[in-house]
Design a protein around this ligand. Structure first.
Ligand code: FMN
Length: 468
């Protein structure tokens, strides 16, 4: 409990929702601030105002003064396409690389989000890693469901969170570090001679997307190598800055009705044409702190106009990444699920330059191209693992249930494709289960039943025996 003599403190709430004051998360933050009436809370809408903050130095500096002067910071945001919004990420990048980063050292910080719990943990890991890089004093994170304010048990948890937040600020409590520091690398990749070429079918398309700028020498060299090993088909390389995206996704959700985006900047045409027509997509980026560039995040966010419908299903998708991925386990997972859980596509893998060995990297890129081409020719898509199966069950339940009216286009797609595959539909299994449960009351049956379960199921044995 907070001590009675606790000092009055000021908390700066960093609102990471592009919806600004219309953010749902901010209502949760308001509830938390109500629990601490003698303390001062001020909210700044950084995601909504990101363009202004990037353009206007005075605005940014005055915001950073507030950041610096606050006794504590509370980040609040809605989870946005398996992470935080590109707008919040852009703000974080500006802070991390700017002169104010050092002033945030030891400042107490907590994180609160709302979502449907679809990869919310990755957004929280990203935020925690960012706070640790800034040497802030991380207190805790709270990940709430969009409807949790209705729930009195959760409101109680929020009150406890508020108390713990205040108590930790006053007493200097902190949580241990969870993320390894990011190493600095001076390795320069130099691609060697190309000794083999990877053939692509004449009608096949490879799309390579990169965001490499003049600071990303390795990414540029990796892209060039990959481009050069592919032969045949249609191979296109696009720079993200040439793909029309005037702004990040603002979360209006109008696309929920029929997949049409309110922005008319040409992004949907690019995506529905060039991206969706490709058979193999390779995304190339450089690790910037704890994610790729905010431009990459903007690309993923803007592709959300396809809602929860897999728009790149069945394709081969992989990554060429320069920089410290191995210190960023949440990013590795994000890259994988962006392919599998989000898209039902085949995850070709990730090649990085982390081994600091040009000859080996040449081989890795060539093998990667070979793998993508071979798997594409087979139309191979690996069965999904926990990350995709679990994620899709969340989408299935939400789109069938409480979010149906918002995501109507998804609902129609899921229905047409038999994706509402709830267990209750499997009547034979339910009936067999009912009988097994009933007869299990008999010790004789129970013993035989569990003995049988310990052996390979006879049905599986028969399938393997029968099929070539
Ligand atoms: C563009 C967009 C992307 C979203 N992505 C996710 C997601 O990846 N995972 C999730 O659990 N919820 C996701 N949601 C749901 C939001 O996290 C949820 O609506 C949240 O309450 C929004 O908070 P805000 O109003 O503060 O922005 C998404 C919503 C939108 C509009």
């Amino acid at each position: 409990m907070e001590s009675k003599k606790a000092a009055r403190f000021s908390v700066l709430v960093i609102n990471g929702s592009p919806k600004g004051s219309n953010s749902s998360t901010m209502q949760y933050v308001r509830y938390i601030s109500k629990q601490l009436p003698k303390h001062h809370f001020e909210t700044v809408h950084v995601a909504k105002n990101i363009e202004l903050l990037k353009k206007d130095r005075n605005e940014f500096n005055s915001l950073m003064q507030k950041f610096q002067n606050a006794d504590a910071v509370l980040f609040g945001f809605g989870v946005w396409v398996i992470g935080v919004s590109s707008q919040l990420m852009s703000f974080i990048e500006t802070v991390t690389h700017g002169p104010y980063a050092a002033c945030l050292k030891n400042k107490p910080v907590a994180v609160i989000s709302t979502s449907i719990h679809y990869y919310d943990h990755l957004a929280h890991q990203y935020m925690r890693a960012v706070c640790e890089d800034l040497h802030m004093r991380f207190i805790d994170g709270l990940s709430l469901d969009i409807a949790d304010l209705h729930n009195s048990d959760i409101r109680k948890i929020m009150r406890q969170f508020a108390q713990n937040f205040a108590d930790s600020i006053n007493n200097g409590y902190e949580s241990p570090k969870q993320f390894a520091e990011l190493p600095r690398s001076t390795f320069t990749y130099q691609s060697g001679h190309i000794t083999r070429s990877i053939k692509i079918g004449q009608s096949n398309r490879v799309l390579i997307l990169t965001d490499a700028d003049s600071h990303c020498q390795n990414e540029t060299a990796m892209v060039l190598r990959l481009r050069s090993v592919f032969k045949g088909g249609t191979i296109s390389v696009y720079h993200l800055s040439d793909i029309p995206m005037t702004q990040g996704c603002r979360g209006c959700m109008r696309c929920g009705y029929d997949y049409s985006c309110v922005y008319q900047d040409g992004f949907t045409e690019f995506y529905n044409g060039t991206a969706m027509e490709a058979d193999i997509l390779i995304f190339c980026g450089t690790v910037r702190g704890r994610y790729l560039s905010p431009r990459w995040k903007m690309f993923f966010d803007r592709a959300f106009f396809w809602n929860h419908t897999p728009s790149l299903a069945g394709k081969q998708i992989g990554y060429l990444i320069s920089g410290p991925l191995r210190q960023n386990p949440h990013l590795v997972e994000t890259l994988e699920v962006t392919v599998t859980a989000r898209q039902n596509a085949n995850f070709v893998g990730i090649v990085t330059d982390e081994d600091h060995d040009s000859a080996h990297l040449d081989k890795l890129i060539d093998d990667f191209a070979h793998k993508a081409a071979t798997l594409s020719s087979m139309h191979f898509v690996a069965p999904q693992n926990f990350l995709a199966v679990g994620g899709q069950k969340i989408f299935r339940d939400e789109i069938w249930g409480r979010l149906r009216a918002i995501w109507q286009a998804d609902y129609r797609f899921y229905k047409r494709h038999g994706m509402f595959d709830f267990p209750h539909r499997k009547r034979l299994f339910r009936f067999a289960g009912f009988l097994a449960m009933l007869f299990s009351h008999l010790p004789f049956f129970r013993k035989r039943f569990y003995n049988l379960l310990a052996k390979s199921p006879p049905m599986l044995v028969r399938i393997v025996d029968r099929h070539p």
